[in-house]
Design a protein around this ligand. Structure first.
Ligand code: SF4
Ligand code: SF4
Ligand code: FES
Length: 313
């Protein structure tokens, strides 16, 4: 079958801006996009530039944008892609500075990975009891399956508007060491993730989960880091307070009370409390504040659920 591939070409030495170029390839049964690109490079256009190595979805180097989504070219079957989209458009992964054609700069990604100290912090080389290593792969929740392909960072909506954000891959890596019983830096690691650009900057769009070729589920790892942070007593941030107070309100009233939540979150800070008064008045006028004496049916059952899941002190 003869297939058209539209590839975004860009050579900063000669081009003012990226431009699409059509190539026609004779495809064979089960051919991948990477094989098609290698064929084009060998037979039609030797200047076509992209990264690739293993051809088996292991090395993570052939990540590119295929029909608007971040994918490993060696994992994309030409036939299936055509069946789903009716076309094949290829370009460099999104939100990354392009060096040439599909090759992008990776240093912003590596800086983020380095920032989370991606190695075990040991306690003076003390031997780890064998018992602690039992079922270790289960404890890591697949966070160790990352192949550093950058798909998640490229798809991340928070990174798109805030390049300082540590991003999904680095935070999944942070969880990988957080969950490792051999690591001795758990609390320090969590502390470093609390500020701007840390775990609370994820907007939970889920795109990193959708594009990850290894099911690392970075957003889920970030949520686990948030839970551990709250459990470790890092509850001062607005976001952590939102979670803890939200839970308390639902546990007490059996529903969310939108009027009470901001009050609890700002309690003790007069300036912040004064600032939310106009919001409270607006909410009241628009009927968004629940009547305080109206009980939610089944409140006792809801309380019982919270009680059951409360961790014993
Ligand atoms: S869920 Fe969070 S980390 Fe994942 S892509 Fe969205 S904003 Fe980024
Ligand atoms: S978490 Fe998944 S998408 Fe992100 S770099 Fe690792 S393997 Fe790629
Ligand atoms: S070539 Fe290694 S992941 Fe595609």
């Amino acid at each position: 079958m003869r297939v058209k591939l539209t590839v975004q070409k860009f050579n900063p030495d000669i081009d003012l801006k990226p431009h699409p170029q059509d190539y026609f390839v004779e495809t064979s049964r089960g051919m991948t996009l990477l094989s098609a690109l290698l064929k084009i490079k060998a037979e039609t256009d030797g200047t076509l530039t992209f990264r690739a190595s293993c051809r088996a979805a292991i090395c993570g180097s052939c990540l590119m944008q295929v029909n608007g989504s971040q994918k490993l070219a060696c994992k994309v079957a030409i036939k299936e892609e055509l069946e789903h989209h009716g076309k094949i458009e290829v370009g460099p992964m999104a939100n990354m500075p392009v060096i040439k054609d599909m090759v992008v700069r990776m240093d912003p990604f590596w800086e983020k990975i380095r920032a989370v100290t991606p190695y075990l912090l040991e306690d003076g080389g003390k031997p780890v009891p064998t018992e602690a290593l039992k079922d270790i792969h289960k404890k890591l929740d697949n966070a160790d399956a990352c192949i550093m392909c950058m798909a998640c960072l490229s798809a991340c909506t928070s990174y798109e508007v805030s390049p300082g954000f540590l991003g999904p891959a680095a935070l999944a890596k942070a969880y990988r060491f957080q969950a490792d019983p051999r690591d001795q830096g758990h609390v320090d690691r969590l502390e470093k993730l609390q500020g701007p650009n840390g775990i609370w900057d994820c907007v939970r769009c889920n795109f990193c989960v959708q594009v990850c070729p290894k099911d690392v589920q970075p957003m889920e790892q970030i949520i686990r880091l948030r839970r551990r942070s709250i459990g470790a007593g890092f509850t001062d941030s607005v976001e952590a307070k939102h979670i803890t107070e939200f839970t308390k309100v639902v546990a007490a009233e059996g529903r969310l009370n939108e009027a009470l939540l901001p009050v609890l979150m700002t309690l003790g800070n007069i300036r912040k409390m004064i600032r939310i008064i106009p919001l409270g008045i607006k909410m009241f006028l628009h009927g968004k504040t629940p009547f305080p004496f109206k009980r939610v049916p089944g409140r006792q059952e809801i309380r019982a659920i919270f009680k059951k899941w409360e961790k014993p002190k």
